[in-house]
Write a protein that binds this ligand. Sequence first.
Ligand SMILES: *[C@@H]1O[C@H](CO)[C@@H](O)[C@H](O)[C@H]1NC(C)=O
Ligand SMILES: *[C@@H]1O[C@H](CO)[C@@H](O)[C@H](O)[C@H]1NC(C)=O
Ligand SMILES: CC(=O)N[C@H]1CO[C@H](CO)[C@@H](O)[C@@H]1O
Length: 217
Amino acid sequence: MVDANGYRIVAFGQWAGVAGMINILHGLGLRFLALGHHTPFMHIGMAHNYRNVSQAIQAVRDCGYEISMGLMPRSIGPVTFCFTGTGNVSKGAQDIINELPVEYVEPHDLKDVSETGDMNKVYATVLSRHHHLVRKSDGIYDPMEYENHPELYTSHFRTSVSYFFPLTPINSATHSCRILLQPCSAQPLSSSCQSLRELIFQSVAVKNITLPDFVGK
Ligand SMILES: *[C@@H]1O[C@H](CO)[C@@H](O)[C@H](O)[C@H]1NC(C)=O
Ligand SMILES: *[C@@H]1O[C@H](CO)[C@@H](O)[C@H](O)[C@H]1NC(C)=O
Ligand SMILES: CC(=O)N[C@H]1CO[C@H](CO)[C@@H](O)[C@@H]1O
């Protein structure tokens, strides 16, 4: 929603990220349980069950303590999180994950850590526009121009950052908690944003498809 001058007047903020992250950690616990794994994420309830944020954070810390004690099932492999975007929502979500034993890595390191990383922690990466947006004509990213003319840009997320996405059954589970936090701008959906959304949607389908393989591991 924008005002007469095109300025955005409504936005999700930090608390959307905090509540969303708590809920998705809870969901991750249920997801792993459905796959036959009891994980420390089962400590975390839905955000609305907590009286205040410190109570919720305590539950996240309990989970983090068990992860650091090596209680994540080895068959799952290190869990990786990807925050798409660097705004207030992403920051709120990061505030919550920072209560877990987390190591931030560059997007191109995510594949490595998801395969050979430390089981006593989780890994996160913050994906920003410059990681995947390029001008269609010459492949360069100009942040100012992108703001005004997103239609001139495309995203190479699908190809260059594709290692986030489930290529193997194991990865499909470790990536099941990927988060799409960055809202598309108030302008009509740019093609890059659209393709990102499609990809997230697709990855959920891929995860489902590879699920029986994963259970067999
Ligand atoms: C949060 O809620 C818990 C449980 O009711 C309470 O003990 C604690 O004092 C509250 N913390 C804050 C900062 O309000
Ligand atoms: C993000 O949060 C800061 C600090 O609360 C606030 O000043 C800013 O307006 C917020 N940005 C948006 C886009 O809401
Ligand atoms: C839409 C779809 O592919 N659903 C599948 C998800 O995974 C379960 C378990 O393997 C299948 O039974 C569904 O058909």
